[in-house]
Design a protein around this ligand. Structure first.
Ligand SMILES: [Zn+2]
Length: 204
């Protein structure tokens, strides 16, 4: 069994977007230092936030042992979700420039015809072709279906009478779906994880 202090806590940024996971130990430190608040979902469906002393006072005296951790002077309920009060307390990882993340950015949509395809029916297209100096970067690579890719060939889109449905950019936010879970996901995460999954803002 994972020690209570090593269990995972979901971390939300100031926009209430799920951005990371950390240990209970780290979460309590952030809470104690005033850098984070605990997010607790009440049965009425409302989420309330608690600073350190509010959370300590909220902690019920007879919780299940797995749900609390003891200190010398008090027991505190284990937070499951915290909200960062500051930016950049946790290292922000860049979105890796991978095929999977490009597909994710473009939502499996051909950036020329705007249709959604199965991943295996999509190519990566250099907007400015490589032999014209086009780089393999976030800003110059888009998903393209095979038909559009063939039609565009080695030209610029406008030369083939085509245009991009949107300008390709480097995603600003690391998509939460890429976080590797090495433990179980708590039920209390579901709301934020689902929200993050559907609302991942990869572009501008
Ligand atoms: Zn297409």
């Amino acid at each position: 069994m994972v020690h209570a202090l090593e269990q995972q806590v979901l971390v939300l940024n100031r926009l209430w977007q799920a951005v990371n996971v950390c240990s209970v130990r780290r979460a309590l430190t952030l809470l104690f230092e005033g850098h984070a608040q605990v997010v607790f979902g009440h049965s009425d469906g409302d989420f309330k936030t608690y600073n350190f002393s509010e959370w300590r006072d909220f902690s019920p005296p007879h919780s299940h042992a797995d749900e609390t951790v003891g200190t010398i002077s008090f027991r505190i309920r284990v937070p499951r979700v915290i909200l960062l009060m500051v930016f950049d307390r946790l290292p922000k990882k860049e979105v890796k420039f991978t095929r999977a993340n490009i597909f994710e950015r473009d939502k499996n949509t051909c950036q020329y015809c705007g249709k959604v395809f199965d991943k295996r029916d999509l190519n990566l297209d250099h907007v400015l072709p490589r032999d014209k100096g086009g780089l393999t970067t976030w800003e110059n690579i888009v998903c393209s279906c095979i038909a559009c890719n063939t039609r565009k060939g080695n030209r610029l889109a406008h030369q083939a009478g085509m245009h991009l449905i949107k300008k390709p950019v480097r995603p600003k936010w690391r998509p939460f779906v890429n976080i590797t879970f090495d433990g179980q996901r708590h039920e209390s995460w579901r709301h934020f994880v689902d929200l993050a999954y559907w609302n991942v803002e990869l572009g501008e």
